[in-house]
Write a protein that binds this ligand. Sequence first.
Ligand code: PEP
Ligand code: MG
Length: 755
Amino acid sequence: MRSNLAGPRLLLRRLREVMAEPIKAQARLDKIVVLIASNVVAEVCSVYVLRADGVLELYATEGLNREAVHRASLRVGQGLVGLIAAEARPLNLPNARAHPGFTYLPETGEEAYNSFLGVPILRAGRTLGVLVVQNKSHRTYLEDEVEALQTTAMVIAEMVAAGDLEAIAQKATGLDLSRPIHSSGTGLAEGVGLGHVVLHEPRVVVTNLIAEDVDAESSRLEVAINRLRLSIDDLLASGDMAGMGEHREVLEAYRMFAHDRGWIRKIEEAIRNGLTAEAAVEKVQSDTRARMLRQTDPYLRERLHDLDDLAYRLIRELMGRKHGPLSSELPQDAVLVARNMGAAELLDYGRDRIRGLVLEEGGPTSHVTIVGRALGIPLVGQVDDIVSLADAGDAIIVDGDAGEVHLRPAADIENSYAEKVRFRARRQAQYRRLRSKPSVTKDGVEITLQMNAGLLVDLPHLAEAGAAGVGLFRTELQFMVASSFPRMREQKAQYSQVLDAANGKPVTFRSLDIGGDKVLPYLRSIQEENPAMGWRALRLGLDRPGLLRTQIRALLTAAAGRELKLMFPMVAEVAEFIRARDLVDRELKHLRRHGHTVPEHIRLGVMVEVPSLLFQLDELMMHVDFVSVGSNDLFQFFSAADRSNTRVADRFDTLGIGFLRALKTIVDAAQEAHVPVTLCGELAGRPLEAMALIGLGYRDLSMSPASLGPVKAMLRTLDAGRLSARLLPRLEPGHPDTDIRTLLKRFANEMDVAL
Ligand code: PEP
Ligand code: MG
């Protein structure tokens, strides 16, 4: 059958004229349906728009009963129109009434029509409505008619996205595009942020849809594709990918798509039908996206992400826009939304205007998470499809505590969160007031509160939170956020900057704790069955002494003329510490021999985090200058419960009687040997647990900066002597009630301890 279409290009040209006319949205939509009907030689052309309540409302029609406009409606999934919206794909039927999904809407008067062609109105893969043509005759619409209708649907999608149709909505429900969305992900950094969406990779809005000169558009596409291919080849060749948050595999996938003839042919076809090159890329991507979103196979969905990224890159190439938003363009309350982001990219935004971060990917140990936490930015990761659901400027709430995201929240949700934020701010202000107050219990016991850190951005917290020093500086973080192995010079620079920033307060560096699950992208890693118990930390350092010696030399030179406190992680035998100490001695000799200034004092310590050390405490205390309890690892090995496995991590109580006895054994042994002891695991940062530690005899705790205020508020209201008198007898064998957590809560309650 000959196509009834008088050329999709002609249709697009007419559409452009209609779009340029200074008329109201309803009048424009009415003209568009007339135009399409005459172009496709159809008796009927109708536009249905998806409302926020999941109903498709008839917005305009040529051919059906006009009285039905804004009255007739179908739910998603109901009738043929509802089916198209639900499945986001065209339906082309010579005899619509024979289709099992057909639903007759009497108010429209559509009983006279047989053939039916409907296409979804798509934008960035989201269905915003449905565009339909119908004929009395039994006919199957041709491929290029389907194309023409899809292209026209893009123009309507832009009208919806621009908010033009919101104004003519009859109901207060609003359109689907502005529907509130609640998504659950994984809370990666605590805190709550309210603000407005900033897309890290802004979707370039293609407003120039209709081509003036098809040949010129084809050549633009060719040039842009060549440039895109070259830029991917460059990235692959440079090997410098970590900063971009990209891995080789992803780039290989990009390269494959960038050479895919099928993809390029579809874009060329859309240009021949009258779209500009960028609109053609967007159309093809929108179709692909809608098709692939129905895929449940995680591999294919992952590839969709790659293809999405590639299409956006190509569109940006065509529109000459290469960069994300500049910091100066950010709103005061920006919530960054991205598929993923490199740590360096987050740092580039600066801290001032960022209220939160939402990622489709991101895990608890990914670099961006580490930096996000260090900057105190509420962060939720693993939020499906948030990039395509969110539009720049949308209101959004990030709840890093619960791992929830509310996009375009309803007023009541927004109010209750605003209250939560105000409450947190009031508490923070109280904690700030405590900053300069002494860290002493009610009965006069002095407790040293230090903070944990790992990046330079952490250091300002020292003064802000009023910490006495850095009790744990996790040196591996510098290695994890770098794109290649930091050289001796870079390590030294970082350590001296840390010491400078600490301004005379003590800093306890911990030697590299890499290996296991802390992988460095540039360091070949070995697959291990149990990485936490594998070749990590000091084990790796002793087997590859070059690595450890470089770090030791960097630390010794950075601390020249000052004090150097260094401890070693994952020590299981005293002999390991002695070997590490020998390495320090050798480096020290080497530096002295070459006339370098060395630290004025060197204190070497051990992290007590492998249970075997509990049975070597006396020998250990004879050799070390200090110890620090790594309660995170100690507890996971003590209770044989993987700290990163959510199924078991919280299974056993850290205030269980067995673990408290272990912690007591350590503090007793250290005190008896007059060896300073700190505890630097997460336990120290939780007020009730910190209270228990003080009851056991710990007098030096190191925690995340945000915990310093709550812990100080607790201890200033605590009578340490009375607590010990209540707690310690209960740790003796033979007492029938072993529920220590309840005992501690009751004590706090009775004594008005501020928990
Ligand atoms: C610990 O294990 O308690 C500790 C402080 O070190 P990390 O959490 O870095 O393993
Ligand atoms: Mg540890």
